[in-house]
Design a binder for this molecule. Structure first.
Ligand code: FAD
Length: 476
């Protein structure tokens, strides 16, 4: 969905071709809830969303109908740790030039009387956030692309990427061979499969999972000005759309789709049946927060396949395997928010020959071949979606996809009390437990210590004093 942005600026090449086996915007984009939120975990992500917002506002001001509504977003906290996370967020927002308004529960109750706020400890309002209609945005951008001289070919499938001397030279497509100097793999949930269609293979470690949202019928309730609401601890969101409400949620233990690693080429919505049982906990949490929703008629439950990277960060940049082969995939429920910024970033990168700013956290080069392993991706994909709304503790570790790489000393370190953390797939001893804490059974031993590692906190970590003791002999 970000692609048409390449043609926005006159500095960028005109000789562009966008090929799509269906209609542009016909992939996951047509399921997006259209929420655009500027505060993201890292400054560079926030910066890219700011670029998106600037583009969406410009299009809106020029009179294009992209459904832009600068309604702001209201984030709610139910736990003390979330309040701490909000405080950190507010401080970081100053540095990122994002205005955040702190709201006490009384203020939330007064401003949003339709919300049940008994269990709410604090809230944050971000006025520059808003909502779009992603399909409309795509249509407008495609229209602008064409007006700027870009050839847009729909119903055209890219079957393989041709490389020569380690550089992209073209692609085989359903309408014949197309020569090109640069190629951008922005194939969403097909990006990994397309990455395998070149020699050498380009690794794009992404996996799609089910993501549901519920659409209600039109209601008078939705006519009031209302922000996009994100109940962070409940992991549900709500926005007004087409005179009704759209309610979405991310449940723990996500459900991967197309598990054999090859999404069907002519994918149709019928492949993803909505799962009411799976979505019901999210709906219950939304009803608890917004009780008046009980009287609103439900229209349909939608299940879309959203694509996740193993670390929950976007996958962008030039592939290490093939020169001039770019990737923009793995949008982790933030494709509408990132589209404008990521499009501009890739365009600058192609034209200038290097990234305009450091992107370590998002760069496709951060992955190793083992991250593209299907078994690993399936295991990790079940966990990643729930991270999207988790409290961002400083030393959080993924529980799934562990023990990818272990040193020959692993068993000895474990038996000596090592508690492991993962770096580039490597299990590294983070600290050593004392003997009296150690379980005697090796398998329990592992589990016990892994759980300790996840004793998430913003205050002094349990293991810090142990590390000081270990450090003393080294220092002396
Ligand atoms: C229920 C739901 C709600 C969401 N809500 C939000 C939200 O509120 N805010 C937000 O920011 N994000 C949201 N998202 C996420 C967002 O929709 C996605 O991140 C985004 O649409 C991904 O866009 P994309 O262009 O990467 O992939 P896609 O939209 O899937 O586009 C990929 C395109 O590549 C084409 N393609 C594939 N293979 C080939 C090939 N071999 N040759 C040529 N073309 C090919 C496909 O036809 C498709 O058009 C939501 C997602 C879901 C499912």
């Amino acid at each position: 969905m970000w692609f048409p942005n390449l043609a926005q600026d006159s500095a960028y090449p005109r000789d562009l071709l966008r090929a799509d086996p269906s209609k542009v915007g016909g992939g996951t984009t047509k399921y997006a809830a259209g929420f655009v939120g500027v505060y993201k975990q890292t400054p560079v992500e926030s910066m890219l969303v700011k670029e998106s917002l600037a583009l969406y506002r410009k299009l809106h001001d020029e009179g294009h109908d992209i459904g832009w509504n600068q309604c702001g977003s209201l984030l709610l906290a139910q736990t003390r740790d979330r309040v701490t996370a909000f405080r950190r967020m507010k401080a970081a927002a100053v540095q990122r030039d994002i205005h955040c308004e702190w709201l006490q529960p009384e203020a939330i109750e007064k401003r949003y009387p339709y919300l049940a706020t008994k269990d709410v400890l604090a809230g944050i309002f971000i006025p520059e956030d808003g909502t779009i209609l992603p399909e409309k945005l795509c249509n407008v951008l495609v229209h602008q692309c064409k007006a700027n001289g870009v050839t847009v070919v729909e119903n055209c499938n890219v079957s393989s990427i041709l490389c020569k001397a380690g550089k992209v030279v073209g692609a085989e497509t359903s309408i014949g061979r197309i020569d090109c100097d640069y190629l951008i793999n922005c194939a969403g949930l097909w990006a990994r499969a397309l990455g395998k269609q070149s020699r050498p293979v380009v690794r794009v470690p992404v996996q799609a999972c089910q993501h549901h949202h519920l659409v209600t019928k039109q209601t008078e309730l939705a006519t009031n000005p209302m922000p996009a609401i994100r109940d962070m601890d409940a992991s549900v969101y709500l926005r007004v759309r087409d005179g009704g409400f759209l309610i979405g949620g991310l449940e723990p233990n996500a459900k991967p789709v197309f598990e054999d690693g090859t999404p069907p080429a002519n994918w149709e919505p019928k492949f993803l049946e909505p799962d009411w049982d799976y979505f019901t906990p999210s709906l219950e949490k939304a009803l608890k927060r917004f009780p008046a929703l009980r009287d609103v008629m439900l229209e349909r439950l939608v299940c879309g396949p959203e694509t996740f990277a193993p670390d929950g960060k976007w996958v962008v940049g030039e592939a290490p395997e093939v020169d001039n082969y770019f990737v923009a995939a793995g949008m982790n429920t933030m494709g509408s928010s990132s589209a404008g910024g990521v499009g501009k970033l890739i365009a600058q990168w192609v034209v200038e020959g290097r990234a305009p700013y450091p992107l370590y956290a998002l760069d496709v080069q951060r992955f190793l071949p083992l991250h593209n392993n299907r078994k690993f991706l399936l295991a990790r994909a079940k966990e990643v979606p729930s991270w999207m709304n988790q409290v961002p503790y400083p030393f959080n570790e993924f529980r799934s996809g562990r023990k990818l790489r272990m040193s020959p000393l692993y068993a000895r370190l474990r038996d000596a009390g090592a508690v492991f953390g993962q770096v580039m797939g490597f299990e590294r001893a983070s600290w050593y437990e004392s003997e009296e804490n150690a379980f005697t059974l090796p398998h329990l031993f592992d589990q016990h210590f892994i759980e300790k590692l996840y004793a998430n906190t913003f205050i002094k970590e349990y293991w810090l004093s142990i590390m000081y003791i270990d450090l003393a002999p080294t220092k002396n």
